[in-house]
Design a binder for this molecule. Structure first.
Ligand code: PLP
Length: 399
């Protein structure tokens, strides 16, 4: 739009890709090295070891030169076979896309959930999963698939409760969890929660550009991959596991993104994961305080499940959220997440992850507030003032 010439930095406040810290961008800009040479093997071993700490696992973590969708496919292609029944829970747009993929890969997904748009305002119901697994006496269901942080809604789910539900039903199904947007911003524990395959991506909490994604594996998942008859080659865990032993990959990895990953892992582990999680929880609480001051609704209806990564802001009836986003983008050079699928036009999403701080978030809220006023959204009060007050009253504990 030629009427508004942006100057200064763009505000990338979508819930991923998140703003990349300069330190990571500088690491990515270093010269590309020989991916079969000795230096690379050292880097590979170092980052594979550090990755385990972020996934909280003792097991291996696969790294793919692919977006998160590739890592979804890798999980299905290795752990399951065509015709396998999988139980999936509809939490929002990303759970829906994963279900679509299951159909395309000739799995037999059962998609359960709470009805309608309102179902997209809640998390996974472990009791519904338990009830369905109890009915499955013949153990036809081979996997339960859930999204940890549903990026389309800003609702998290209790993965430990899903594990307990599977165990309570005495069912052997594998547990597959998408934490593409949760990892490294929201608390996540692959081993403790008994997850078999954790799927994640680079462009959210890991603060990298898009382009690499992950599968963390349990022993049970590795055993299942030996029985699986799904055709696979690029995604196959066995060859990657073999090459990873010496810090290499069976094909050309994304060398420069791996420099960035190594830097990101240092930043996260130096800060301490608990501090990283507290920082995101505090930002999320500040943003929610602003939404409350505006007198608007938050997409997530269960306070226990508010996402620390993003907040969905519901527009009053009669206001098109996409029109509001468009004005905010044009006037203030600020990108917000759109409402996806069933939430299209009803809400926008504010990301509070990646290279942010209190002031970038206050500025983001300023762009939202000014844009909503321009669009005639009735606001009860100033969200910016409320967030500033919240941040002042709740300083982040020193680490
Ligand atoms: N799952 C979730 C929860 C996501 O947020 C996304 C992307 O935003 C995906 C899956 C798909 O990942 P990608 O777009 O990197 O392929």
């Amino acid at each position: 739009n030629l009427d508004f010439h942006p100057s200064g930095r763009h505000f990338l406040q979508i819930p991923g890709p998140s703003p990349v810290p300069d330190r990571i961008l500088r690491a990515i800009s270093l010269p590309t090295i020989d991916h079969r040479g000795p230096e690379f093997g050292v880097l590979g071993l170092e980052l594979l070891a550090k990755l385990k700490q972020v996934f909280k696992t003792e097991g291996p973590v696969m790294v793919y030169p692919a977006s998160g969708t590739g890592a979804w496919e890798a999980a299905f292609a290795n752990a399951l076979s065509p015709g396998d029944r999988v139980l999936m829970f509809e939490t929002g747009h990303f759970a829906t896309l994963w279900h679509k993929m299951a159909l395309r890969l000739q799995l037999e997904p059962e998609f359960i959930g709470l009805p309608g748009y309102e179902g997209w305002r809640q998390g996974v119901r472990a009791d519904m999963i338990e009830a369905r697994l109890r009915e499955d006496a013949g153990h036809r269901i081979k996997a339960v698939c859930v999204v940890h942080n549903e990026t389309s809604t800003g609702v998290t789910s209790d993965i430990a409760a899903v594990r307990r539900a599977i165990d309570a039903a005495g069912h052997p199904a594998l547990l597959l969890v998408d934490t593409i947007s949760g990892l490294a911003s929201a608390d996540y524990r692959h081993d403790e929660w008994g997850v078999d395959v954790t799927i994640s991506g680079s462009q959210k909490g890991l603060m990298l550009p898009p382009g690499i994604s992950f599968n963390a594996l349990s022993d049970k998942a590795i055993s299942a991959s030996r029985e699986s008859t799904m055709p696979r080659s690029f995604w196959a865990w066995d060859e990657i596991l073999e090459a990873n032993r010496n810090g290499y990959w069976p094909y050309t990895p994304s060398t420069n993104l791996l420099y960035g990953l190594n830097e990101a892992l240092d930043m996260l582990l130096d800060e301490g994961l608990e501090h990283v999680f507290a920082r995101h929880q505090r930002w999320a609480a500040g943003v929610r305080t602003a939404v409350e001051a505006w007198g608007l609704e938050i997409q997530c209806q269960d306070p226990a499940l508010y996402s620390p990564v993003l907040t969905g802001v519901v527009m009053p009836d009669g206001i098109d959220a996409d029109a509001v986003r468009k004005i905010i983008y044009e006037r203030f050079d600020l990108s917000l997440g759109m409402g996806l699928g069933k939430a299209k036009g009803k809400m926008f999403r504010i990301g509070h992850l990646g290279d942010c701080n209190d002031l970038t978030l206050v500025a983001t809220l300023g762009g939202c507030e000014a844009g909503m006023k321009l669009c005639g959204v009735p606001l009860a009060g100033s969200g910016v003032a409320a967030a500033l007050e919240y941040f002042a009253q709740h300083p982040l504990e020193a680490r």
